[in-house]
Design a protein around this ligand. Structure first.
Ligand SMILES: CC(C)(CO)C(=O)C(=O)O
Length: 438
């Protein structure tokens, strides 16, 4: 069985580094990079370096696949350049690489397990192109900021549950950044946190991956999730319908230096919502103002925005929670409303005041506000990913952060004026031409 990691930014590098250290050398780990120049950079760096507390460790032993190899090959043929070999240490002429059956086989080979660390906004497009490489035996781990990618993938790409791969959804509170602009495979692990993940329930309902958590023969506080509920252990994970899922959950759980936590899918929903709120506050404010995360700390004006957005989010979550049994994603389409629609038109159908809904633990506005402050403090030296995206003139993740909250607000009849203002400002910033100072 082979693991692929897609999206080798700071978090992708951290994951790939620890995955390689956790798995036996006989299990290949392939980094999927978007261009030949990235592949060349990995080669120049001779692996992935992670720096913690001033000490760098380099992890070698990766294979590299270029995401759009055919384009690269054509370009190389035209330019007569060399191209990086996937595994050998000696550069080859493109002519040696392009036509070999082995290389073409690599690119057509089914993917057993893929950990996705790309930005949410690029994911569906990538999957549309990679789709043919997935089977129902494959496993996909989504480790990204924001919410809504899984729902988008099952709506737009993997519509048929019979053909759908297994999904794991993950979130992390680790903070990392590239050492320098030109040295993207040297990552500084600046904030230690957790890697939390949960398995999406079997779309075919054939297996309960969390069966042991409900085992009445065991005392409640002694019940734990068990890999055996996913699939029996076997020498060859690809021989069982859920074998790669088991192996992937085992690999994630084995990355002990990242403090992995395997949670029930229902508990994971709380974490995802907390992180959504953190990112829907810290990312747009820092991107709009151009400051590090830490500069938000203790500022009274920022505090008003944090409170207002947490109040909005808490009201949405309370309403959402009341309408579901166990947080399993509701895949019914969310109504899209016109930009100038007033929130007041989406009234609560039964007019129950929000204060009477029970708020899921951890998602009270005050708890969310405290969590935002903690993250701001813990990542104070960080430039948020959205600020970096705006510096680079890239589309941001706002659609999966504030955009997601905005759609939920409309779905549940909760006005979200503070969130919408941040959303609209970021959307404007993505296209606005900055004034030139004179
Ligand atoms: C937690 C935070 C805000 C750290 O920078 C982050 O996740 C991001 O930048 O996207």
């Amino acid at each position: 069985m082979r693991f692929h990691v897609l999206g080798i930014g700071p978090i992708g590098s951290l994951i790939a580094f620890h995955l390689r250290r956790t798995l036996p050398q006989s299990t290949p780990v392939t980094l999927v990079v978007k261009s030949k120049s990235r592949a060349r950079m990995i080669r120049a760096a001779d692996g992935i370096a992670i720096e913690t507390g001033g000490t760098s460790v380099v992890q070698k032993g990766f294979e590299v696949e270029i995401f759009e190899p055919l384009e690269e090959i054509v370009q190389d043929l035209v330019q007569g350049n060399t191209i990086l070999p996937f595994t050998s240490s000696k550069p080859k002429r493109v002519g040696e690489l392009a036509p070999t059956k082995e290389n073409m086989d690599n690119l057509n080979r089914p993917i057993d397990s893929l950990i996705v660390c790309t930005k949410a906004q690029t994911t569906t497009g990538i999957f549309k192109r990679l789709k043919r490489r997935f089977t129902p035996q494959s496993t996909i781990v989504l480790l990204q900021n924001g919410m809504g990618v899984y729902e988008q993938l099952v709506t737009d790409v993997f519509r048929n549950p019979l053909e759908r791969p297994q999904f794991v959804i993950a979130t992390t509170t680790h903070a990392a950044r590239a050492k320098s602009h030109g040295d993207i495979f040297h990552t500084i692990h600046i904030g230690h946190g957790e890697l939390v993940f949960g398995v999406v329930p079997d779309p075919l309902n054939k297996r309960d991956f969390e069966r042991s958590k409900d085992d009445p023969s065991v005392l409640i506080h002694e019940r734990t999730l068990s890999l055996d509920d996913i699939a029996p252990s076997s020498q060859n994970p690809t021989s069982h319908r859920y074998g790669t899922l088991r192996a992937t959950v085992a690999a994630l759980s084995g990355m002990v230096q990242l403090n992995p936590v395997w949670e029930t899918f229902s508990d994971l929903q709380i974490r995802l919502r907390k992180k959504l709120v953190i990112n829907a506050i810290v990312n747009p404010i820092t991107a709009l103002i151009g400051t590090s995360n830490g500069s938000l700390y203790g500022n009274e004006f920022v505090r008003h925005i944090i409170k207002a957005l947490c109040d909005e989010a808490c009201a949405i979550f309370a309403k959402e929670y009341a309408g579901t049994l166990n947080w399993v994603p509701n895949l019914s389409p969310t109504p899209e409303k016109d930009e100038d629609d007033s929130n007041s038109r989406y009234s609560d159908s039964n007019d129950t005041p929000i204060s009477e809904y029970s708020i899921p633990r951890g998602l009270h506005s005050e708890e969310l506000q405290r969590e935002v402050s903690r993250v701001i403090q813990r990542t104070s030296l960080n430039y948020s990913s959205m600020l970096v995206d705006t510096w680079k003139g890239r589309e941001t993740e706002v659609e999966y952060l504030n955009g997601h909250l905005r759609r939920m607000g409309r779905q549940y009849g909760i006005p979200t004026p503070t969130n919408d203002l941040l959303y609209n400002l970021i959307k404007f910033k993505e296209v606005a031409v900055p004034a030139v100072r004179f």
